[in-house]
Design a protein around this ligand. Structure first.
Ligand code: SF4
Ligand code: SF4
Length: 425
């Protein structure tokens, strides 16, 4: 059968003579006459149709070659990547006291010291800028805006080094947004600040309970005021952490943004994620890593997506996504100079992959690189969206990274709806 293995075919209920064909590899969606699809499946296409379907990566010369190409995709990405990306923990200090905070047991007044800062900037210059790569840093905490002078020292050095080498430097923040004032953003724009991922946990009454200042006062109004004053200067990517009991109230938070006069078209994609039960100091890298197979979570994800789109805000589309652990030019640097492959693994010292002083060790076995290179995954239509799921969730589930974290049930239950939601947009 010459169809790509990485397709999902959905019926077109309003036009039964057509089918929707979604390529998980290309992220494309086409409506195709059922007859043409049958011809493709039986390998009796005319040249013109074959050429068109080939261009859309629906028809492939040889599905076995297609699978083989997938096995080398990560190596090729790593070899040819022209961008180095790092998540940098500037400080563990924070001005909020969220009861669910995954860092609460090691939060405190610990910040990157001068020696580690110099090791970090020298490492990035030597290993990446001098090798011709662009650099994208994501400043992380604690609350990174409690360490603005440190952020400016790192970004200032790297901008100069990148400019001298003819490469580019940019940075983003993962911030609670209470200190994301217009003054702070204007101060950081010359240091390459492009975007901020911020958190609003639902409407005011829920958010203020889940994300109070250390003083106990709510932070909702401060954050909405800050978003309104900076969202036309940098891309704001709002996120929110929901529970099974409160996710249905979260659209009220979107209504509050609209009421504040914020134009949804000028806001980055909204990403909601579940609060994970406290898990020994760990949290998923991003919301797309966090949606697992539990039925209520699938329902919550689809509900929030629908409500977000309905209000004119953007959401992330499914896209080819490999766990950052597999990407060579992507690292997490803790405030003390220890190195990890995902922020969720910080706090499990056995998952450190080295230090800025000693360099990076071989982590292929400890992090089970290539865990998805097995027959079941290579034949799975979801492989380009999943690549074996999340190492962190597998560790939470079984106590070890000893297999894939299969997302098939979640994708079976939600991908068609997601594709149709996107189509309606
Ligand atoms: S281990 Fe990979 S998939 Fe899981 S949270 Fe980290 S980056 Fe995301
Ligand atoms: S882990 Fe499951 S969903 Fe993911 S590629 Fe493998 S079989 Fe498919």
């Amino acid at each position: 059968m010459p169809l790509s293995p990485y397709l999902k075919i959905f019926p077109e209920s309003e036009h039964p003579d057509f089918a929707l064909v979604y390529s998980t590899k290309k992220g494309s969606l086409v409506r195709i006459p059922q007859k043409l699809l049958d011809c493709a499946q039986n390998d009796i296409l005319g040249d013109a149709n074959r050429e068109t379907l080939q261009r859309l990566q629906i028809w492939v010369d040889d599905p076995i070659v297609e699978r083989k190409t997938m096995t080398t995709l990560v190596e090729r990405t790593n070899r040819f990547s022209k961008t180095f990306t790092a998540t940098v923990v500037l400080t563990l200090d924070c001005n909020l006291a969220c009861p669910y905070c995954f860092e609460d047991h090691f939060r405190g007044n610990f910040s990157m010291n001068e020696e580690t800062t110099q090791l970090l900037t020298a490492h990035i210059k030597r290993e990446h800028i001098d090798d011709g790569r662009d650099v994208e840093l994501r400043f992380y905490g604690g609350e990174p805006l409690m360490a603005i002078p440190l952020l400016k020292r790192i970004a200032g050095f790297l901008i100069e080094a990148a400019t001298a080498a003819g490469t580019k430097f940019s940075c983003s923040l993962t911030t609670n947004a209470t200190l994301l004032t217009r003054t702070a953003v204007e101060e950081l724009l010359p240091f390459g600040l492009k975007s901020a991922q911020i958190t609003l946990d639902g409407p005011k009454r829920i958010h203020n309970r889940q994300r109070p200042f250390v003083s106990g006062h709510g932070s909702f109004t401060t954050i909405v005021d800050n978003i309104r004053s900076v969202y036309e200067l940098i891309t704001i990517k709002p996120g929110g952490n929901f529970t099974r009991g409160n996710y249905r109230k979260f659209p009220e938070m979107l209504d509050a943004l609209l009421m504040a006069g914020i134009d949804p078209k000028k806001i980055g994609p909204i990403q909601f994620a579940p609060i994970h039960p406290k898990s020994g100091g760990h949290a998923p890298h991003s919301s797309s890593c966090a949606i697992g197979n539990e039925p209520w979570l699938i329902e919550a994800n689809l509900f929030l997506r629908e409500e977000t789109l309905r209000r004119g805000f953007a959401v992330d589309k499914p896209h080819m996504g490999v766990c950052m652990i597999e990407l060579t030019n992507n690292i997490v640097v803790n405030y003390d100079g220890s190195l990890y492959k995902c922020p969720a693994l910080m706090g499990w010292p056995e998952f450190a992959v080295g230090t800025l002083v000693d360099g990076i060790i071989d982590y292929r076995e400890s992090h089970k690189l290539d865990i998805w290179k097995n027959d079941e995954c290579l034949e799975c239509a979801y492989l380009p969206l999943c690549f074996g799921g999340c190492r962190f969730f597998r560790k939470l589930e079984t106590g070890a990274i000893d297999g894939v974290d299969c997302r098939r049930a979640m994708l079976d239950a939600s991908l068609e709806t997601i594709v149709r939601q996107n189509l309606d947009q």
